[in-house]
Write a protein that binds this ligand. Sequence first.
Ligand SMILES: [Zn+2]
Length: 146
Amino acid sequence: MNRLIVGLKQAGLRLTPQRVAICQVLAESKDHPTAMMIYHQLLPQFPTLSLATVYKTLHVLKSMGLVHALGDAGDGAEHFDADLTPHINLVCVRCHRVVDFDERLVHEIQHIVEQRSGYEVQGARIVYYGLCPDCRAAQRNGKESA
Ligand SMILES: [Zn+2]
């Protein structure tokens, strides 16, 4: 049982196989999925799954602070991250990929923020926007139109 499933139970939601599967996708995914990505990933396994169920489950998890909403990646859809440890998200504005970038300095910055502000930081959202190496290469080669 991952902490997301425990959280849904605490929120009073019935633990249907579909909701449990949504939690598993979130916990295991490194792709920072959108609701639509989760929906399409689970549809073969759960043909009766509705997009509304995915949205509602994500909304509950987000309101409980169990997943972070990263905002859109230039694709107009909200991306979610179940990894709450301080890290940087790199967003490619061209292919809309979101990847993690682990930098030790981020932990130090959080420590400094806590020390100086008196806050107990429970999460952080650090997003860098730009072009990923693949898109940079594609742009250089001029094989794709921008
Ligand atoms: Zn890219």
